[in-house]
Design a protein around this ligand. Structure first.
Ligand SMILES: Cc1ncc(COP(=O)(O)O)c(C=O)c1O
Length: 349
C-alpha cells in the first residue's frame, strides 16, 4: 500500500512530522481503499441514487450534458483511447487553460476533477503540527482527509452575512498548513499567478456538465504543484482519460454556451428562491452558485430529504452545524418544477 506514495513523498511526510502510521493512512486514501474513498467523496452517496429518483438535485451536477463542441471532441477522440496520449491531449488542455486564465503553462496541473487534488493538499501542506483552517460549514473533502490523517482542524464560523471570515481564519492558527477558501472566483485566485502561496482549484464538473468525465486543474507556483505531484501515485495527474480531456479543452473557449447556461441557471435559481421565500422558508445568503441552502426552520434536513425522496426527488445533504438546512442543486426548469410540486406535497403533508 505504501508504494502508492513516492519515496520522495514518504521522506517529505516523515520530515514534516507525520508518523509511519499516518503515512499508511494517506496511502489508503490515495489507494482508494473502498470505504475510505467513499467516505472522502462527499457527492458519491447521493450521486449513486436509486433509479426511482426522478429529479436529481442533490450533487451539484449540471442538468445538461457536456457542451456540444466538447462532445464532438470527445466522440472524435474516444476511438483513439487505445493510446495513452495519442494527440498530446493533456498538453493541449494546459495550453488552452494558460491562454484563457492568463497563467504560465508551468503553473497549471490537470487532475481528474478537484477532489483528488484537495486530498493531496492535506498530505502536502498540513502535518501533525500544521493545521487545516476552514469555514464551518465547508465543502467536506479537506476536513475528511485531515481528520482521517489526524491533522489538526480549526473550524471558523461564517460571518453574520454567511461569508468566509477570512480575518478570523488567518488568526485561527499562526502555524496553519492550509487555509481553505471554498468560494468560486474569490479574490485570492489572481495571487496564484503572482507567485504567492496560493493554489486555485477548478473543475469541469459544474457548468461544463462533465462531472462523470472527471477533469479539473490546479493553478499555482510550480514548486507547490511539485509538492502535490509527490502524492499522485506517479500517474494520476499525468495519465488522464484522453476523450474527457479533449472534451474539456474544446469546451473551454465556448463562451456563448457558458453564458447561455449561466442565464438559465440564474433564472431557475431565482424562480426557486422566489417560490420558497413566498412560502416563508429562508434561503441562506444570496447564492450565485448552482445550489442554494434552504432552512426548513423546525424540520430536520434529514427528514426533509427522506420526504422529498418519497416523492421521487433527490435533494442534497445537510451539515452538522446546520441540521435543519439542506443543500439543493439548481437543475433544469423541469427539475425545479418537480421540486416545487414535491414541496407542495411534502410541506402540506
Ligand atoms: C466546492 C466543491 N469542490 C469540489 C467539488 C468536487 O467536484 P469534482 O471532484 O467533481 O471536481 C464539488 C462538487 O460538488 C464542490 O461543490
Amino acid at each position: 500500500m505504501l508504494r502508492l506514495i513516492s519515496e520522495e513523498g514518504k521522506d517529505d511526510m516523515l520530515a514534516r512530522g507525520y508518523s509511519r502510521r499516518q503515512m499508511m493512512r494517506a496511502a489508503m486514501m490515495v489507494g482508494g481503499a473502498a470505504a475510505t474513498a467513499f467516505a472522502l467523496a462527499p457527492e458519491m452517496a447521493a450521486a449513486q441514487e436509486a433509479e426511482d429518483v426522478k429529479v436529481r438535485i442533490s450533487s451539484n451536477e449540471c442538468w445538461t450534458g457536456p457542451m456540444p463542441i466538447g462532445l464532438a471532441a470527445f466522440v472524435k477522440t474516444a476511438p483513439t483511447s487505445n493510446r495513452y496520449s495519442p494527440n498530446n491531449e493533456r498538453g493541449n488542455l494546459i495550453k488552452a487553460v494558460s491562454q484563457i486564465e492568463n497563467v504560465p503553462e508551468d503553473h497549471i496541473m490537470p487532475w481528474p476533477g478537484s477532489n483528488e487534488a484537495l486530498v493531496r493538499s492535506i498530505f502536502a501542506f498540513c502535518s501533525p503540527t500544521k493545521s487545516l483552517v476552514q469555514a464551518d460549514p465547508s465543502y467536506e473533502t479537506m476536513g475528511r482527509a485531515a481528520s482521517f490523517l489526524k491533522v489538526p482542524i480549526k473550524n471558523v464560523p461564517l460571518t453574520a452575512a454567511y461569508s468566509h471570515d477570512v480575518k478570523a481564519m488567518s488568526a485561527a492558527d499562526a502555524n496553519a498548513g492550509v487555509l481553505y477558501v471554498v468560494n468560486p472566483n474569490n479574490v485570492t485566485s489572481h495571487l496564484a499567478a503572482a507567485g504567492k502561496d496560493v493554489l486555485v482549484n477548478r473543475t469541469f464538473s459544474k457548468i461544463f456538465g462533465m462531472a462523470g468525465a472527471r477533469v479539473g486543474y490546479v493553478m499555482g507556483r510550480p514548486d507547490l504543484l511539485q509538492k502535490l505531484r509527490l502524492y499522485d501515485g506517479g500517474y494520476l495527474s499525468n495519465m488522464l482519460p484522453v476523450a474527457s480531456v479533449a472534451c474539456a479543452t474544446a469546451s473551454l473557449g465556448d463562451k456563448a454556451t457558458m453564458a447561455q447556461r449561466r442565464k438559465t441557471l440564474n433564472e431557475n435559481r431565482a424562480m426557486t428562491v422566489d417560490f420558497l421565500t413566498k412560502r416563508n422558508f429562508k434561503v441562506i445568503g444570496s447564492s450565485e452558485a448552482n445550489m442554494i441552502m434552504v432552512d426548513w426552520k423546525t424540520k430536520s434536513a434529514k427528514d426533509m430529504q427522506a420526504a422529498f425522496r418519497a416523492q421521487g426527488v433527490g435533494i442534497g445533504r445537510s451539515w452538522p452545524t446546520w441540521p435543519n438546512v439542506s443543500r439543493i442543486t439548481i437543475g433544469s426548469k423541469q427539475d425545479m418544477e418537480g421540486f416545487m410540486a414535491a414541496f407542495n406535497k411534502v410541506v402540506s403533508a
